[in-house]
Design a protein around this ligand. Structure first.
Ligand code: 2DT
Length: 211
Protein backbone atom coordinates (compact mmCIF):
# COMPACT_ATOMS: atom_id res chain seq x y z
CA UNK A 1 0.00 0.00 0.00
CA UNK A 2 2.32 2.69 -1.28
CA UNK A 3 1.35 6.28 -0.70
CA UNK A 4 -0.17 7.96 -3.71
CA UNK A 5 2.14 10.93 -3.37
CA UNK A 6 5.13 8.60 -3.12
CA UNK A 7 5.88 10.18 0.23
CA UNK A 8 7.54 7.65 2.49
CA UNK A 9 8.69 7.39 6.07
CA UNK A 10 12.31 7.73 7.16
CA UNK A 11 14.40 4.80 8.35
CA UNK A 12 16.38 6.03 11.32
CA UNK A 13 18.85 3.89 13.25
CA UNK A 14 20.37 4.57 16.66
CA UNK A 15 23.65 2.86 17.45
CA UNK A 16 26.12 2.93 20.30
CA UNK A 17 27.59 0.90 23.13
CA UNK A 18 25.43 -0.63 25.83
CA UNK A 19 24.30 2.14 28.23
CA UNK A 20 24.98 4.87 25.67
CA UNK A 21 21.39 6.08 25.99
CA UNK A 22 20.01 4.69 22.72
CA UNK A 23 16.89 3.20 24.17
CA UNK A 24 15.79 6.29 26.15
CA UNK A 25 16.57 8.58 23.23
CA UNK A 26 14.68 6.33 20.79
CA UNK A 27 11.48 6.48 22.81
CA UNK A 28 11.79 10.24 23.21
CA UNK A 29 12.18 10.53 19.44
CA UNK A 30 9.05 8.46 18.99
CA UNK A 31 6.94 10.81 21.15
CA UNK A 32 8.50 13.83 19.50
CA UNK A 33 7.69 12.69 15.96
CA UNK A 34 4.23 11.47 16.91
CA UNK A 35 3.61 14.81 18.61
CA UNK A 36 4.29 16.53 15.29
CA UNK A 37 1.83 14.23 13.56
CA UNK A 38 4.37 12.04 11.75
CA UNK A 39 3.27 8.39 11.75
CA UNK A 40 6.15 6.68 13.59
CA UNK A 41 7.00 3.28 15.04
CA UNK A 42 9.74 2.27 17.43
CA UNK A 43 11.55 -0.94 16.48
CA UNK A 44 14.54 -2.68 18.00
CA UNK A 45 16.98 -5.42 17.07
CA UNK A 46 17.28 -8.09 18.19
CA UNK A 47 13.49 -8.38 17.93
CA UNK A 48 13.05 -10.94 20.70
CA UNK A 49 9.38 -11.61 19.91
CA UNK A 50 9.97 -13.96 16.96
CA UNK A 51 11.17 -17.55 17.34
CA UNK A 52 14.62 -16.58 16.06
CA UNK A 53 14.49 -13.68 18.53
CA UNK A 54 13.79 -16.08 21.35
CA UNK A 55 16.88 -18.12 20.46
CA UNK A 56 18.90 -14.91 20.54
CA UNK A 57 17.40 -13.92 23.86
CA UNK A 58 18.23 -17.29 25.42
CA UNK A 59 21.80 -16.92 24.18
CA UNK A 60 22.16 -13.39 25.55
CA UNK A 61 20.98 -14.42 28.99
CA UNK A 62 23.40 -17.37 28.97
CA UNK A 63 20.60 -19.91 28.90
CA UNK A 64 22.05 -21.38 25.74
CA UNK A 65 25.46 -21.62 24.11
CA UNK A 66 25.96 -21.00 20.41
CA UNK A 67 29.03 -20.80 18.22
CA UNK A 68 29.94 -17.17 17.31
CA UNK A 69 29.17 -17.70 13.62
CA UNK A 70 25.81 -19.26 14.38
CA UNK A 71 24.59 -16.44 16.61
CA UNK A 72 25.85 -13.90 14.08
CA UNK A 73 23.70 -15.46 11.36
CA UNK A 74 20.69 -15.60 13.70
CA UNK A 75 20.95 -11.85 14.35
CA UNK A 76 21.07 -11.31 10.61
CA UNK A 77 18.14 -13.67 9.97
CA UNK A 78 16.21 -11.73 12.61
CA UNK A 79 16.61 -8.60 10.47
CA UNK A 80 15.77 -10.45 7.25
CA UNK A 81 12.57 -11.86 8.71
CA UNK A 82 11.44 -8.30 9.45
CA UNK A 83 12.65 -6.67 6.24
CA UNK A 84 9.53 -6.91 4.11
CA UNK A 85 7.32 -5.52 6.89
CA UNK A 86 9.86 -2.77 7.37
CA UNK A 87 9.70 -1.87 3.69
CA UNK A 88 5.90 -1.93 3.69
CA UNK A 89 5.75 0.40 6.66
CA UNK A 90 8.25 2.86 5.21
CA UNK A 91 6.49 2.92 1.86
CA UNK A 92 3.14 3.49 3.51
CA UNK A 93 4.57 6.64 5.08
CA UNK A 94 5.57 5.44 8.55
CA UNK A 95 8.89 6.60 9.96
CA UNK A 96 10.81 3.85 11.78
CA UNK A 97 13.07 4.67 14.70
CA UNK A 98 15.19 1.56 15.11
CA UNK A 99 17.27 0.80 18.20
CA UNK A 100 20.30 -1.13 16.76
CA UNK A 101 20.65 -2.62 13.27
CA UNK A 102 23.31 -4.28 11.08
CA UNK A 103 26.04 -2.05 12.55
CA UNK A 104 25.55 -3.69 15.95
CA UNK A 105 25.64 -7.00 14.15
CA UNK A 106 29.04 -6.37 12.61
CA UNK A 107 30.54 -4.47 15.57
CA UNK A 108 29.68 -7.09 18.20
CA UNK A 109 30.65 -10.13 16.16
CA UNK A 110 33.89 -8.69 14.83
CA UNK A 111 34.72 -7.63 18.41
CA UNK A 112 34.74 -11.36 19.17
CA UNK A 113 37.36 -11.85 16.48
CA UNK A 114 35.25 -12.89 13.50
CA UNK A 115 36.39 -11.59 10.12
CA UNK A 116 34.99 -8.12 9.41
CA UNK A 117 33.99 -8.80 5.79
CA UNK A 118 32.45 -12.16 6.72
CA UNK A 119 30.36 -10.33 9.32
CA UNK A 120 29.13 -7.81 6.75
CA UNK A 121 28.17 -10.36 4.11
CA UNK A 122 24.80 -11.63 5.41
CA UNK A 123 23.61 -8.02 5.72
CA UNK A 124 24.05 -7.38 1.97
CA UNK A 125 20.72 -6.43 0.43
CA UNK A 126 18.93 -5.42 3.63
CA UNK A 127 17.36 -1.97 3.54
CA UNK A 128 19.86 0.74 4.35
CA UNK A 129 18.84 3.34 6.91
CA UNK A 130 18.40 6.94 5.80
CA UNK A 131 20.22 8.06 8.90
CA UNK A 132 22.55 6.50 11.45
CA UNK A 133 22.76 8.32 14.78
CA UNK A 134 25.73 7.18 16.82
CA UNK A 135 25.63 7.99 20.53
CA UNK A 136 29.30 8.32 21.32
CA UNK A 137 30.35 7.52 24.87
CA UNK A 138 33.68 6.20 26.20
CA UNK A 139 33.32 2.57 27.33
CA UNK A 140 34.53 3.52 30.83
CA UNK A 141 31.81 6.13 31.12
CA UNK A 142 29.16 3.66 29.98
CA UNK A 143 30.36 1.15 32.57
CA UNK A 144 30.11 3.82 35.32
CA UNK A 145 26.47 4.35 34.47
CA UNK A 146 25.86 0.96 36.00
CA UNK A 147 22.94 -1.20 35.11
CA UNK A 148 25.07 -3.56 33.08
CA UNK A 149 22.45 -6.23 33.52
CA UNK A 150 24.75 -9.23 33.39
CA UNK A 151 23.89 -10.13 29.81
CA UNK A 152 26.66 -11.72 27.83
CA UNK A 153 28.27 -8.62 26.28
CA UNK A 154 27.96 -6.23 29.19
CA UNK A 155 31.61 -6.20 30.27
CA UNK A 156 34.00 -3.26 30.00
CA UNK A 157 36.79 -5.10 28.22
CA UNK A 158 34.43 -6.35 25.51
CA UNK A 159 32.72 -2.97 25.12
CA UNK A 160 36.15 -1.43 24.42
CA UNK A 161 36.56 -3.81 21.49
CA UNK A 162 33.04 -3.09 20.27
CA UNK A 163 33.85 0.65 20.30
CA UNK A 164 36.87 0.00 18.07
CA UNK A 165 34.79 -2.06 15.66
CA UNK A 166 32.15 0.66 15.43
CA UNK A 167 34.99 3.03 14.51
CA UNK A 168 35.95 0.77 11.62
CA UNK A 169 32.34 0.75 10.37
CA UNK A 170 31.68 4.46 10.63
CA UNK A 171 31.22 6.37 7.43
CA UNK A 172 31.02 10.12 6.88
CA UNK A 173 27.24 10.09 6.66
CA UNK A 174 26.87 8.98 10.30
CA UNK A 175 25.86 11.64 12.77
CA UNK A 176 28.05 11.33 15.82
CA UNK A 177 26.40 12.72 18.95
CA UNK A 178 28.33 13.27 22.15
CA UNK A 179 26.52 10.88 24.46
CA UNK A 180 28.02 12.42 27.60
CA UNK A 181 25.92 15.58 27.29
CA UNK A 182 22.74 16.02 29.34
CA UNK A 183 19.82 13.95 28.03
CA UNK A 184 17.81 17.04 27.01
CA UNK A 185 20.71 18.44 25.01
CA UNK A 186 21.18 15.14 23.17
CA UNK A 187 17.47 14.96 22.44
CA UNK A 188 17.47 18.50 21.03
CA UNK A 189 20.30 17.65 18.63
CA UNK A 190 18.67 14.39 17.59
CA UNK A 191 15.34 16.09 16.93
CA UNK A 192 16.87 18.63 14.60
CA UNK A 193 18.77 16.06 12.53
CA UNK A 194 15.84 13.66 12.40
CA UNK A 195 13.38 16.30 11.18
CA UNK A 196 15.66 17.15 8.26
CA UNK A 197 15.71 13.51 7.23
CA UNK A 198 11.99 12.99 7.70
CA UNK A 199 11.32 15.86 5.28
CA UNK A 200 13.90 14.63 2.76
CA UNK A 201 12.24 11.21 2.73
CA UNK A 202 8.78 12.76 2.37
CA UNK A 203 10.03 14.55 -0.71
CA UNK A 204 10.80 11.15 -2.22
CA UNK A 205 14.41 10.32 -1.51
CA UNK A 206 14.73 6.70 -2.72
CA UNK A 207 15.33 3.77 -0.38
CA UNK A 208 18.67 2.02 -0.77
CA UNK A 209 20.28 -1.23 0.32
CA UNK A 210 23.33 -2.29 2.34
CA UNK A 211 26.13 -1.77 2.12
P1 2DT B 1 19.89 -4.94 23.44
O1 2DT B 1 20.51 -4.88 24.80
O2 2DT B 1 19.85 -3.61 22.72
O3 2DT B 1 18.58 -5.71 23.40
O4 2DT B 1 20.90 -5.80 22.54
N1 2DT B 1 23.73 -7.47 19.18
C1 2DT B 1 22.65 -6.82 18.68
C2 2DT B 1 24.57 -8.23 18.39
O5 2DT B 1 25.55 -8.81 18.86
N2 2DT B 1 24.28 -8.34 17.05
C3 2DT B 1 23.19 -7.72 16.49
O6 2DT B 1 22.95 -7.84 15.28
C4 2DT B 1 22.34 -6.92 17.34
C5 2DT B 1 21.15 -6.22 16.76
C6 2DT B 1 24.19 -6.04 21.18
C7 2DT B 1 21.31 -7.04 22.96
C8 2DT B 1 22.75 -7.32 22.59
O7 2DT B 1 22.82 -7.87 21.29
C9 2DT B 1 23.99 -7.40 20.62
C10 2DT B 1 23.66 -6.11 22.58
Amino acid sequence: KDNDGGSRGAFIVLEGLDRSGKTSQSSKLLSFLEGLGHPTELWRFPDRTTSIGQMISAYLSNQSQLDDHTIHLLYSANRWEKSSLMETQLKSGTTLVVDRYSYSGVAFSSAKGLDFEWCKAPEIGLLAPDLVLYLDIPPEKAAERGGYGGERYEKLEFQRKVAECYQALRDPSWKIIDGCQPMEEIQKQLQEIVLDHVSACKKGRPLSHLW
